[in-house]
Design a protein around this ligand. Sequence first.
Ligand code: ACO
Length: 210
Amino acid sequence: YDIQVATVEDKEEILNFLRKFFFKDEPLNKFLGLIDEKTPTCLDLEDFSTKEIDNNLNLKAVHNGKIIGISLNGLLKRGYLEEEDDLHITDPKFVKIVRLLERVSKESDVFARFPDSDTAVTVKILSVNDAYRGQGIARELVNKTRELAKQIGAGFITVDCTSHFTALAVKKLGFELHYKLNYADHKENDEVVFKPELPHEAVTVYVQKI
Ligand code: ACO
């Protein structure tokens, strides 16, 4: 397979890929039953995934002309937490994920760890076709993301790992664990929000200086 920069022309194929895999099998999406026969997609997650499709930081792994994996990446700037983002989430399930990710961003405060850096690349969505998993494709996508981050002069790279397998992949690349929140400790109205299947016990943030 080949890893290439994805462009706006790939948007439809990427969305189809996400609908087929990520929306169904990312541990939190799966736990919530984000999509099913009656709800074939989640428009809020489509917007979240592709709103930065034209930033030249998104990667696709291609085999025989077909996408088999993607890394959808964003550019972060110091102070981003104070800015209002332009996503308008209405899906009652996806909003739970957004609230978790907001908590993780605030508590992990990655820029505090890198006082000399004002920009970073964040891996937002990692997804590999289930027939190709366990072969290091996710690791290679993150490795290439790191090269792109270096080319644009970003100070560090950061990954919010909702899946234990993502954490394993980035650990192998030498990323350091910066933050961890056990799903059992994330509650709303005194109730644990996510109980994904094992081994997905925590959301972690892994970082690496570039
Ligand atoms: N069972 C046990 N271990 C597994 C499995 C599995 N089903 N799948 C991957 N692993 C392990 C691998 O052995 C490897 O660990 P190791 O290097 O210590 O052996 C590690 O997880 C990662 O392996 P890769 O081969 O690089 O990862 P892969 O190409 O399989 O993709 C991914 C990993 C993207 C998480 C894939 O499983 C997937 O698409 N899952 C569903 C969507 C998802 O959860 N995405 C990540 C959410 S977090 C985020 O998006 C930033």
